[in-house]
Design a protein around this ligand. Structure first.
Ligand code: DGL
Length: 261
């Protein structure tokens, strides 16, 4: 299977990283919508239009399945993508829900969700959790500043700005000691070190990691070329992408006009 992966920008590279950890030779086509990031502050109609264009672009590269490595898209319009296109889509919400419910069910039944404003507004994580385990308590916190902080490289554990933002966002749940905290945005694993400082007793659920683990358990990804496409300047992408992939990108990165599709 030839796989496509997309996100609003760089966050989906946390899924690429997981894929490379498990299967270094895997081929894939990555699209980062760097000209239109962030999606998480936008409304459902705009996010849906972008997600359809992103998927259409990946299909033009002959992929057999798409990993929607963006919680915002997975939470707001995955059913639309599934009904518009005839290939399998793997969203990142349901695998994270399953992992968090497993952890919380074995402990005190408490889950917290951190996400973009659009993701939290959609209620997708909460609904998924309640469907699987109605008695689990869920607290959801929109964290709109975290995507720009990550995109601008504020990921060091002692970074002042990110520490202030994270500690503010999680202050209301630190006393509840949630058993599992869903990092409900594929950018957030880069802030895991900071988040766990303020929530030391919680297991952090990385949506990208649990989704790729499920995809690999049920599918065979072909070895092959790694292709990167972005909608804004590729040179900027390659500089920042290093911190997500923890390697240089030596593969080609091309710019595409996504609005055309
Ligand atoms: N990585 C995206 C997500 O998982 C970021 C959303 C955004 O662009 O705001 O939600």
């Amino acid at each position: 299977m030839r796989i496509g992966i997309f996100d609003s920008g760089l966050g989906g590279l946390t899924a690429v990283r997981e894929l490379e950890i498990h299967n270094p030779n895997a081929g894939y086509v990555y699209f980062g919508d760097t000209a239109r990031v962030p999606y998480g502050t936008k409304g459902k109609d705009v996010i849906s239009r972008y997600a359809v264009q992103d998927s259409r672009f990946l299909l033009s590269k002959s992929v057999d399945a798409i990993v929607v490595a963006c919680c915002t898209v997975s939470a707001t319009c995955l059913p639309l993508l599934e009904s518009t296109f005839r290939i399998p889509f793997f969203g990142v919400v349901e695998p994270a829900v399953r992992a968090a419910v497993k952890t919380a069910s074995a402990k005190n039944g408490r889950i917290a969700v951190l996400g973009t404003s659009a993701t939290i507004k959609s209620g997708a994580f909460e609904k998924g959790i309640k469907r699987l385990a109605p008695s689990i308590s869920v607290t959801s916190i929109p964290c709109p500043l975290l995507v720009p902080l990550v995109e601008n490289g504020h990921i060091a554990e002692d970074d002042r700005l990110s520490n202030i933002a994270v500690s503010e966002y999680v202050s209301s749940i630190s006393k509840q000691k949630p058993d599992a905290v869903i990092l409900g945005c594929t950018h957030y694993p880069l802030l895991a070190g900071i988040i766990s400082k303020y929530l030391p007793d919680s297991e952090l659920i990385n949506c990208s990691a649990v989704t790729i683990a499920e995809v690999l358990a049920g599918n065979k990804i072909d070895d092959g070329k790694k292709e990167f496409y972005v909608s804004d300047d590729p040179s900027q992408f390659s500089t920042t992408a290093k911190m997500f992939l923890r390697r240089e990108i030596t593969d080609s990165i091309e710019q595409t006009d996504i609005e055309k599709l």
